[in-house]
Design a protein around this ligand. Structure first.
Ligand code: UD1
Ligand code: MG
Length: 476
């Protein structure tokens, strides 16, 4: 049976074995290197373990950027894996030309992943400003896009069959976006690398989300591998003419995606073992960028970038919710992670002081968006003792979950409210939960985020295979 699987889906078994090996090697690589990272000054304070009842924070330093050994182990394993893709029993007719083309595709993915990891590590060491680090993934995606063009990747999108005038309007069932489609793929690379980084700050959440997305994508890939065919072949070994249902090039693309993602899941699980609550290491921006690049490379070169985006629904939500802070309508403090209550170890939404805008359109936009978000219970207002709104909870998914569960910031003293922003210019407002507020632990919040991510994946499968078959009937 294993032989039959290997014959139909070359190197899939090797990929699975590398995932297991990846787990073991990455686990020990992190164990061995974490003290060195600490000694080199790569460390951070666990913001949610600081005992705020003590004058001096007692939290110890935790080694930071341990996404680096995880990414290094992954990249080595994938290099070792290269020969297995081409030498072994296979149904695919391997010619020198197809090896060249396939290897180019594989290497372009590796190049993008290497540059994503490098950017993340440089960011951890140098703390690059947002405006500089945003365009870099655009450049990292160039090799991938060139290969996408060369391999005849489609730049068309299917237009919904409903409302019916759309097809009449564009005179067809699909529209070729041409250069716009490449712009979309470049932006996708920037989005995927940054969105993991901004849904961060509680133990285990960066790796946890990446693992759920990767496993969901793997499940989607498996749907395209015709295992019925393998069973029929194994039963009737004499026949070599049993047809496979899915076209070979589609199977090859989803195999390519599994080859990239299975070792990624293995090495990420090892990192999660160290990073889950209570964290013994932090993953750093290195891991966030590395994970984003692995996922986007698999999505673009596997030709399923739109489906991939569906699995990022919680990240898209977190990004859209964050926009007023990322684009300067609401001040954005250095850290937006939830606030841990004095001496209780329970999380309440962290808050930020509102700014008065000099520009009238910014003031206008803020006066529409904030009340709407407050009405939707995604954001909680902060009032002073005189009843003026002086702040809001930070606009992140993590805080929104707390607010939706009923956590509210307490009223703050008007005297404190009018004090100018702290010396370092950080607009954060340190507010405890209102009396009787429903606060939860950091561990519980991690489970909530994972639940949201899993529900997001179920939603993605629903949209991809049920809604799409209604709205785009010709694609199914
Ligand atoms: C992003 C977020 C920031 C969030 C930070 C946390 C935006 C725009 N930026 O910034 O709001 O506070 O990630 O990662 O959304 N840390 C913990 N516990 C954890 C993980 C991290 O306390 O489980 C703290 C540690 O002090 C660690 C630091 O966060 O050293 C890492 O922050 P960094 O990755 O440098 O922040 P950014 O990515 O710039
Ligand atoms: Mg970060």
């Amino acid at each position: 049976m294993v032989y039959a699987i290997d014959k139909a889906f070359p190197a899939l078994i090797i990929s699975l074995l590398l995932a297991v090996l990846g787990y073991v090697v990455a686990y020990f690589a992190i164990a061995w290197s974490r003290d060195t990272f600490l000694a080199q000054g790569l460390s951070g304070i666990d913001l949610l373990k600081v005992d705020r009842t003590k004058r001096i924070p007692t939290a110890e330093k935790i080694p930071e950027s341990l996404g680096l050994p995880c990414a290094a182990v992954y990249l080595f394993l994938v290099l070792i894996f290269i020969p297995f893709r081409y030498f072994g029993p296979s149904h695919y007719h391997v010619t020198v030309h197809s090896v060249h083309q396939d290897l180019t595709t594989f290497l372009s993915a590796l190049l993008s992943i290497y540059s994503g990891t490098l950017l993340g590590f440089v960011d951890d060491v140098l703390d690059i400003r947002w405006r500089y680090k945003l365009p870099i993934p655009l450049l990292s995606s160039i090799p991938m896009l060139v290969v996408y063009v060369a391999s005849g990747g489609s730049t068309s999108v299917v237009v919904p069959a409903w409302p019916s005038f759309l097809h009449a309007f564009i005179q067809g069932a699909s529209v070729d976006l041409g250069i716009l489609y490449y712009a979309y793929m470049m932006l996708l690379a920037t989005f995927c690398t940054n969105c993991v980084n901004i849904l961060a700050g509680i133990n285990g959440v960066e790796v946890g989300q990446a693992i759920v997305i990767a496993l969901s994508v793997c499940a989607n890939d498996l749907l395209y591998l015709d295992f019925g065919f393998v069973f029929r072949q194994a039963k009737d070994a004499s026949s070599s003419s049993i047809p496979m249902h899915t076209p070979p090039e589609v199977v090859a693309r989803h195999l390519f995606s599994l080859h990239l993602l299975l070792p990624f899941v293995g090495t990420s699980l090892a990192l999660l073992a160290w990073n889950r609550y209570p964290s013994r290491v932090f993953v750093g921006d290195t891991y966030c960028y590395f994970a984003g690049m692995v996922l986007v490379s698999a999505g673009i070169l596997g030709h399923y970038s739109k489906t991939l985006l569906l699995f990022f629904v919680p990240q898209i939500f977190n990004f859209l919710l964050s926009c007023p802070q990322l684009f300067g309508l609401v001040p954005c403090p250095r850290h937006r992670v939830p606030y841990v209550e004095k001496g209780k170890g329970l999380l309440v939404p962290s808050c930020v002081r509102l700014a008065r805008h000099t520009s009238s359109w910014k003031q206008f936009l803020t006066s529409i968006i904030l009340p709407l978000l407050q009405f939707l219970r995604l954001v909680a207002p902060v009032y002073d003792t005189e009843g003026n709104q002086v702040g809001v909870s930070n606009l992140t998914l993590l805080n929104a979950i707390l607010v939706l569960r009923g956590a509210r910031p307490s009223v703050i003293d008007s005297a404190i409210a009018v004090q100018p922003v702290a010396q370092n210019g950080d607009p954060a407002l340190r507010v405890d939960g209102a009396p009787g507020t429903l606060a939860i632990t950091e561990r519980s919040l991690w489970y909530y985020v994972m639940m949201v991510q899993i529900l997001g994946s179920l939603f993605a499968f629903g949209v991809r295979y049920w809604v799409a078959s209604i709205v785009f009937p010709i694609t199914n």
